[in-house]
Design a protein around this ligand. Structure first.
Ligand code: GRF
Length: 184
């Protein structure tokens, strides 16, 4: 099965997924696509000999992803730190085959504008005793599709938002590749 990853930034999750499927018979990462042409995730793709492409917002709105993924015969689309809303056309082309990871226990701490450190700062500010990760299907709204997998981690009173971010990232790296494999 062929996986496409959409990412806008650092790409540590993307790299874990690439590594997980290197030498796997179940699937492989066929392409990394980014809306940022200088995103570090593209360096990571290069280092692992994975094809990568960047595109503009306008190209995306004009059907770039639908066309490119169809040509590449992509089976599963994985959002790993992708900060734009994916086009409805892509969701229709890949029903239940576009997934996202969110660094909190949805429906808490989700929605438009809730990403990156803002999530962990909000978790801290609310005095939450636990947080975690959510892997879910993507629908037409932000962070709203059916949940596939969640895992939680304790938040200590002394944890800073950075500490929380580190714990959540560790969970993401541990589980995201495995959950993807289970969906293939
Ligand atoms: C992750 O925390 C993910 O949950 C969120 O964006 C972050 C991406 O991190 N959607 P990275 O680029 O994979 O390091």
């Amino acid at each position: 099965k062929k996986i496409a990853i959409l990412a806008s930034g650092n790409g540590s999750n993307a790299e874990e997924i690439i590594k997980h499927f290197e030498g796997s018979t179940k699937g492989k990462v066929a392409v990394i696509a980014s809306n940022k042409k200088d995103a570090y995730v593209l360096e990571r793709a290069k280092n692992h000999d994975i094809s990568f492409i960047s595109f503009t917002r306008k190209e995306m709105d004009d059907g770039f992803l639908e066309k490119t993924f169809a040509e590449l015969e992509i089976d599963l689309v994985v959002l790993a730190g992708f900060l734009l809303k994916v086009p409805d056309g892509l969701i229709q082309q890949y029903p239940e085959r576009v997934i996202n990871i969110h660094p909190a226990l949805l429906p808490k701490f989700g929605g438009k504008g809730m990403y990156g450190m803002r999530v962990h700062e909000s978790v801290k500010a609310k005095g939450e005793k636990e947080t975690g990760i959510t892997i879910h299907y993507v629908n037409e709204k932000y962070d709203d599709g059916r949940v596939i997998f969640q895992e939680s981690v304790k938040v200590e009173e002394t944890d800073t938002p950075e500490d929380i971010a580190n714990k959540v990232h560790a969970l993401e790296h541990k589980y995201f590749p495995k959950v993807i494999e289970s969906l293939l």
